[in-house]
Design a protein around this ligand. Structure first.
Ligand code: PLP
Length: 284
């Protein structure tokens, strides 16, 4: 494991956070999480594009160009010696005496960590159990901001119940949005369903790869339309996607078996194709 703060490589236990960093006091910043396979960061340009968008939406000045961020990713991988791992980085608005409005003359901070990590193949082969919780997050879930208390509480609900995942739904509309740190999909009568892109969900990089590269290639049909928990319970297949989970089947929701209670055919074909893209990019 290794860390990075504002231009310097540091050990993870080194004290670097300023007490009045707005990321620390307000969650005033954004983050990205990427995965490293065989010493190469997968789909990095998509992550960098989303990072830029998150910064723009929060009006945090862009002080790191994509080329520089790419080079820092490469450096931290090389210096850590990690071949298979997870990189986390965040950019905060900067440090200033505490005021809610944006302070003037502050420069954003960049910090990054890398740790060894591999996707959970056991979950991918057998599927996971999930619980449903009310989505209580704010109304800009399209921004990958540091404010994650809603997601934290959602994930803790799964932990408390002894299941692996959480699926969130909006109580006012009775519609599923997404996982606690993943996008959610079901398959019914051969059609894949997932929540449309808007302020209620994050535009997952894995979701984009599925929609733009994998689903068209496999000749599958997808509708971007929100659906209810009851509809999800009656699905033939269900799955979640994220950088760390890749494509992970969901076989049970709050005690209700989904389909045959085992990973479905369409879900498996999406995962196989995802692995092919990873091999192509990271094991070339
Ligand atoms: N939705 C939420 C709320 C997330 O936090 C994440 C990732 O952490 C995702 C979806 C999946 O995004 P990605 O595929 O870019 O990892």
């Amino acid at each position: 494991e290794l860390g990075f703060f504002d231009g310097e490589f540091i050990s993870l236990d080194e004290a670097k956070v300023r007490l009045e960093d707005r990321g620390y006091q307000f969650g005033d910043g954004i983050y990205e999480a990427t995965h490293v396979y065989n010493g190469t960061c997968f789909a990095l340009p998509r992550h960098l594009a989303r990072c830029r968008r998150s910064l723009r939406e929060l009006r945090i000045p862009i002080t790191y160009m994509d080329e520089e961020l790419t080079a820092i990713h490469q450096d931290i991988i090389k210096k850590s010696g990690i071949k298979d791992g997870a990189i986390y980085y965040q950019i905060t608005r900067g440090t200033a005496p505490r005021t809610h409005y944006f302070p003037e003359h502050v420069v954003p901070h960049l910090s990054m960590t890398i740790r060894e990590s591999k996707p959970n193949t056991e979950w991918q082969e057998n599927g996971i159990h999930c619980t449903l919780v009310e989505d209580i997050r704010w109304l800009r879930c399209d921004i990958k901001s540091l404010n994650l208390l809603g997601n934290v509480l959602a994930k803790q609900a799964a932990h408390d119940k002894g299941v692996q995942g959480t699926i969130q739904f909006r109580k006012d509309q009775n519609l599923i949005t997404e996982g606690s740190s993943s996008n959610f999909y079901i398959v019914k009568d051969g059609i894949i369903w997932t929540h449309p892109l808007n302020h209620y969900i994050l535009k997952g990089v894995t979701r984009s790869i599925l929609m733009e590269e994998i689903i068209p290639k496999l000749g599958l049909t997808v509708v971007e339309k929100a659906f209810s928990p009851e509809f999800a319970m009656s699905a033939d297949e269900a799955f979640v996607t994220s950088t760390s989970l890749e494509v992970t089947p969901v076989v049970n929701i709050d005690g209700h078996t989904i389909g045959q209670g085992a990973p479905g055919k369409i879900t498996q074909s999406l995962l196989t194709e995802y692995h092919r893209l990873v091999r192509q990019e990271c094991y070339a």
